[in-house]
Design a protein around this ligand. Structure first.
Ligand SMILES: [Zn+2]
Length: 477
């Protein structure tokens, strides 16, 4: 680009700056409620109770979530809160509990899943269902991050509202569901049987969390998921004449499959910027300042100078394109037989606004082979919630309150959660586990040595409780 043009563009872009987010302020008349759950005692209790919850083995399969639901129900019971456990199959229970408000606003939901993914104990430094608390106060166990930690904080939020007798302007509903990690049958059961009674306007669930040193050393980015990509799971099946393995003949099924995959892998979709990505980058920019800050707070410069890097990183790349990921293969197993049919399994994820049927049509056209057909295994459209919302702002401002080098912003999650099912019901869904984790710690999610620090549990309780108070409580005495 010519220097004159570049200068002009720089000038033009300098005008369009994304501002520092206005997260509003917490109602001062509710400060006494927030302050009541911001101390070492509340934190120590949370740590002990989380350790207990992690000892309940709810690995899915088989799940046994009723045991987890009973654990939470026991804690609620001691505080005088009744709850209901409802099973979609024997042993597969979800829990619903509610604190009544005066009904002047629609209910607020605190959602978590009780099940966890399985864990191979031999690869862990501490047994995965021990709830072991080490000398540094770190609590070990499958589900510490995904997502019994959050489920416990949500349960304690209800318990503290009850203990303090906080008057509420809306119902606060606790939902801890079964089977999120496999088939989402717990949430489906709740939606089908209970939704008219729950009917909340906002929900907090998993999806985002705080990541230390994510973009700049020493800086923590608290990512609140406001959107989730859609999905299209496909089986791509190639057909041809069966034959003997000794004599390669063109056009047989395995060759066709390889050709189709080569075409799919050569696809280079253009980056599509999400408003959420721009917004969060701008918040990072405002925090770091300098030249980097100048670039990150201006959309035109984001496009020119940040897009390349974002497309290099698998995590951010997935938030900018429709992805097609090969996740499995199948066919005959005899080495000397060319089978008549072989298949590959594709996990495709779509940006908001992109339809599964359109991506499928694109793939069919790209492969351009009548003997390769696609079978849709599952599909769902992406969805998103606005972040111009009081509950989003409350979560965001408490996440960074009093912290240095802490930034908060909305993100699109490449994966999906039960929130994908709730947004079409008119719910604003926010994915946010209020822990600040290292990249090593987040590797424990679905991986080995999943754990969370006491500090995170204590601060997470403060963040969640304060945000719920801000949007649900009345001043009272
Ligand atoms: Zn999860």
């Amino acid at each position: 680009m010519r220097r004159g043009l570049l200068l002009l563009a720089l000038l033009a872009s300098a005008c369009a700056t994304l501002p520092r987010a206005d997260l509003g302020t917490s109602p001062p008349e509710l400060a006494h409620w927030r302050d009541a759950v911001n101390g070492p005692d509340a934190g120590a209790e949370a740590v002990q109770l989380l350790s207990g919850y992690l000892q309940v083995n709810t690995a899915n399969p088989p799940g046994n979530e009723t045991l987890g639901a009973q654990y939470l129900a026991g804690l609620l019971q001691k505080a005088g809160i009744s709850s209901e456990i409802t099973e979609f199959a024997p042993g597969r229970g979800s829990l619903i509990a509610r604190l009544k408000g005066d009904g002047s606003e629609k209910p607020l939901c605190l959602l978590s899943h009780i099940d966890v993914v399985p864990a191979e104990a031999k690869n862990w430094a501490q047994p995965p269902f021990s709830g072991y608390i080490d000398d540094h106060g770190v609590i070990w166990g499958r589900g510490a991050l995904d997502m019994k930690g959050m489920g416990l904080l949500e349960t304690l939020t209800l318990i503290w509202l009850k203990r303090l007798n906080v008057p509420l302007k809306r119902d606060v509903v606790l939902l801890a569901v079964a089977d999120e990690e496999v088939d989402n049958r717990g949430m489906q059961h709740i939606v089908a049987k209970y939704w008219p009674q729950i009917d909340c306007s906002q929900v907090v669930n998993e999806g985002g969390m705080g990541i230390r040193d994510a973009m700049a050393p020493g800086q923590t980015i608290f990512a609140i998921s406001v959107a989730e990509k859609g999905l299209l799971w496909l089986k791509m099946i190639a057909h041809g004449k069966a034959g003997h393995g000794s004599t390669p003949i063109p056009g047989r099924a395995p060759d066709r499959l390889l050709d189709a995959l080569a075409k799919i892998r050569a696809r280079h979709p253009e980056a599509v910027w999400q408003a959420s990505t721009r917004e969060t980058l701008a918040q990072v920019g405002h925090d770091v300042g300098g030249v980097t800050g100048y670039v990150l707070t201006r959309p035109t410069l984001q496009d020119w100078l940040a897009e390349g890097q974002l497309m290099q990183n698998p995590g951010t790349r997935a938030a900018m394109i429709d992805t097609v990921n090969v996740t499995g293969f199948g066919g005959a197993e005899e080495p000397n037989v060319v089978p008549a049919e072989v298949w590959a399994q594709l996990d495709c994820r779509l940006l908001p606004g992109h339809k599964p049927a359109e991506l499928l049509a694109e793939l069919v056209k790209l492969v351009d082979d009548k003997q390769v057909r696609f079978e849709v295994l599952y599909q769902a459209e992406a969805n998103a919630s606005t972040w111009d919302d009081p509950f989003y702002r409350a979560l965001a401002r408490h996440a960074i309150a009093g912290k240095h080098n802490a930034v908060v912003g909305p993100v699109l999650s490449p994966g999906f959660t039960d929130s994908l099912r709730l947004r079409p019901l008119g719910v604003r869904a926010y994915g946010f586990v209020p822990f600040a984790t290292t990249q090593d710690e987040t590797g424990g999610m679905h991986g080995e040595n999943e754990r969370v620090s006491s500090e995170n549990v204590r601060d997470g309780l403060r963040v969640l409780f304060s945000a719920v108070v801000d949007v649900a409580a009345l001043p009272g005495r």
